[in-house]
Design a protein around this ligand. Sequence first.
Ligand SMILES: Nc1ncnc2c1ncn2[C@@H]1O[C@H](COP(=O)(O)OP(=O)(O)OP(=O)(O)O)[C@@H](O)[C@H]1O
Ligand SMILES: [Mg+2]
Length: 243
Amino acid sequence: MEKLKGKLECDLILEKIRKNAMNQLKSNIIEHPYSKEQLWKWFLCCFNEIHSKPFQYTKEYMHTNYAAVFKYFLNDKSFFNCPNLYKHKLAPNFNKGLMIVGKVGLGKTHIMQVFEKLFHKYKPNSFKIIETYSVVEEYESLKTPKCKQDFYKRYSQGTLLFDDLNSERIANNFGKVNVMKEIIFRRHNNGCKTHFTMNPFPGLEESPLQNLLQLQDFYDARIADRLFEMCNYITIRGKSKRV
Ligand SMILES: Nc1ncnc2c1ncn2[C@@H]1O[C@H](COP(=O)(O)OP(=O)(O)OP(=O)(O)O)[C@@H](O)[C@H]1O
Ligand SMILES: [Mg+2]
């Protein structure tokens, strides 16, 4: 009985947080200098240009998958109603980054590369993509403590997208270090907007909460908890588009 009461109170508080976030959002929504139609047109052109093939889609595919990403970059309030945006324990917010989670080959990286290029010179939405494995490799090549200090400083600022979170290994450079854990921790402290792409844990494709909690095993509970605060969780479904 006590447990149930506690859960209900918890749900009420979460609901309140979500409502506050929505109200705050309505008052400071950004008007972007492009329309939905323009962004779509630019996206199709840019996809073709950088990947040398047309973007394949159906209305249904967009609605259930990547429309959420477009709406996020449009600051369109209907983002909050997207069917694949996880809402229960996370309070979605445009100030948070995106955590795009889907199985292999669903276009997460290729689609975000297009947005990276489109927003290259548009500060409110600009971000740089970094593969998590390359972060580890770079760390391993660092020679001095000062280089390591500069490395962390560099990755703890600006808006970044870490591609393939949780696929990287532990770095080894005169001692083992979980570099992404260190970076996420610093970015959270600095309040930097951070996007991620990630493959879900097998069997947890439809369980956003469990997926984030499972990250505790490789990072730790503090990091998993921070990711709740840092991200809007979007689930991508379908079959691999790799041919
Ligand atoms: N809608 C699409 N239209 C055309 N090609 C697509 C589309 N979505 C994905 N692809 C193609 O499918 C391949 C896989 O895409 P991508 O590497 O972005 O997948 P991913 O979700 O990042 O996979 P992983 O989890 O393995 O990193 C690429 O060749 C990409 O161009
Ligand atoms: Mg990828």
